[in-house]
Design a protein around this ligand. Structure first.
Ligand code: UD1
Ligand code: CA
Length: 468
């Protein structure tokens, strides 16, 4: 008979030790929820239809957060422990008629598990013909984890898992920990699952008790040590969460550097798990690349810039202290310093967006420039246009947003307000200091300000008056 694997991901617990209102598995490392990391790994060895996430605490929020992956959910309404969670899964399968020969159990709060290790666990489990295979590790400090009691040192066979709270004095020095990740044959697992009791310090049904119960029933229980301790560490506290985040980000930076990206002071940069960066791009210290950001090759991103869910083509320069969110920047464009590109900003090839310029829902065609002190929102700016310092698109009338269209080659003089809806025709000029409320035709000069009057001798006359 060929094996049919299901994957269960335990994610119903409250995460009491986090002291957080949010469900533990929805806390993020590397810009992605813990549970999502685990599901993404699981999806590489099983179909979504064969992945079951056990939810309970804040079930609706958890389902909403990861529902798009297509995995199934099983509700553990009351969280009676990890063993109880698997009982609930078994009962759900019984009612739906689902049958699997083997079950991989993952923990929603152990997010760094490598795909290669999960595959190795599955293969080792099959090779060993074991009823239960436990993934283990040897961390410096095993405190808090369940410990592995091997039948004898060096043997793959396990006698029991002992939870931290149940350790006998002579067991405290046991260093091999239970990762909470297992492979089971479902038949012996389900046959003996109800023998688990809650007679322990937590009053919970521990899945870890299955090791000794299966051994007692004459079944084979074995352990496989993970190649790297970090990948099986859990996140029970904020400090552990931050530690896993640091591990993930260090790995990410290393992978990017191996692919030709230069990252100065990588420990100071924040690069999310899903970010992509092309070769020959340089990231200066304290750069953040978040969410689904994609950076092309040959770009430079200077210090203190935060780029989120944005797309940069090749050869883009982001100077210091820029904030980009949901922006697209084409080849060779230069941004900043201190620019703020808000969602749906589209900066064309070789365009320039300079210091203290804020953009939103706008497009700037190739070679256009707005080098200083502007707000450009709900606007369309043509190729080669030059937007003078202090130009404001007055897009909001207090009720609705309106659009400003600036044609190719337009020159907008400094400190102009373009009161939308308004169109400046191709090649037109706007005089400095204008408030433009009507369209300016192509090639025209629009002046919208009071004409200057010089009063000769005025200061001297005023001076005379003052003295008298
Ligand atoms: C568990 C193991 C421990 C192991 C450690 C590894 C048990 C009894 N102990 O301890 O041996 O070293 O993981 O990280 O299993 N959950 C449910 N339903 C429940 C209870 C928990 O779905 O009723 C989920 C939690 O959301 C979590 C996972 O199971 O994702 C593990 O539970 P947790 O309470 O974190 O167990 P640990 O104390 O870490
Ligand atoms: Ca845990």
């Amino acid at each position: 008979m060929s094996e049919r694997f299901a994957i269960a991901i335990l994610a119903a617990g409250k995460g009491t030790r986090l002291k957080s209102a949010r469900a533990k598995v929805l806390h993020q490392i590397g810009g992605k929820a813990l549970l999502r990391h685990v599901i993404d790994t699981a999806l590489q060895v099983a179909l979504a239809d064969d992945i079951y996430v056990i939810v309970g605490h804040q079930a609706a929020a958890v389902e909403a957060a990861v529902g798009e992956t297509g995995v199934g959910f099983v509700l553990q309404a009351e969280q009676g422990g990890t063993g109880h969670a698997i009982q609930v899964l078994r009962d759900a399968w019984q009612s739906s008629g689902q049958q699997y020969s083997d079950l991989l159990v993952l923990s929603g709060d152990v997010p760094l598990l490598a795909l290669s290790t999960l595959k190795e666990l599955r293969d080792f489990h099959l090779r060993e013909r074991a009823a239960m295979t436990i993934l283990t590790a040897l961390p410096e400090d095993p405190a808090g984890y369940g410990r592995i009691l091997r039948v004898k040192p060096g043997s793959p066979e396990v006698a029991a898992i002992v939870e931290q709270k149940s350790l006998a004095p002579d067991q405290v020095q046991l260093r091999e920990i239970n990762s909470g990740i297992y492979a089971f044959q479902t038949q012996p697992l389900f046959a003996h699952l109800d023998e688990v009791t809650a007679a322990n310090a937590s009053g919970e049904y521990y899945l870890t008790d299955m090791a000794a119960l299966l051994v007692r029933a004459g079944e084979r229980v074995v352990a496989l040590a993970a190649p790297r301790t970090e990948e099986v560490l859990g996140a029970n506290t904020i400090a552990e969460m931050v530690q896993l985040d640091a591990t993930l980000r260090a790995d990410k930076a290393k992978a990017l550097m191996a692919a030709g990206v230069t990252i100065f002071a990588p420990e100071s940069c924040v690069i999310d798990a899903e970010v992509e960066v092309g070769a020959d791009t340089i990231l200066e210290p304290f750069v953040q690349l978040r969410g689904k950001t994609v950076v092309g090759s040959g770009c430079t991103i200077r210090s203190y810039s935060v780029v989120q869910n944005s797309k940069l083509a090749d050869g883009v320069l982001i100077r210091n202290s820029c904030v980009l969110d949901g922006a697209t920047v084409e080849t060779g464009a230069q941004i900043g310093p201190f620019a703020h590109l808000r969602p749906d900003s589209h900066i064309g090839a070789d365009a320039r967006v300079g210091a203290f310029v804020e953009t939103k829902a706008m497009t700037m065609a190739a070679g256009a420039k707005a080098n200083h002190l502007s707000y450009l929102g709900d606007a369309e700016i043509g190729a080669g246009a030059n937007i003078g310092a202090g130009t404001i698109t007055s897009n909001y009338d207090g009720v609705e947003k309106h659009k400003t269209v600036i044609g190719a080659g337009v020159f907008v003089g400094s400190n102009s307000a373009l009161v939308a809806p308004v169109t400046i025709g191709e090649g037109a000029y706007v005089a400095a200091g204008s408030v433009i409320t009507e369209d300016v035709p192509a090639d025209a000069l629009g002046i919208g300000r009071a004409r200057q009057v010089n009063k000769e001798g005025w200061a001297a006359k005023r001076g005379a008056k003052k003295k008298s």
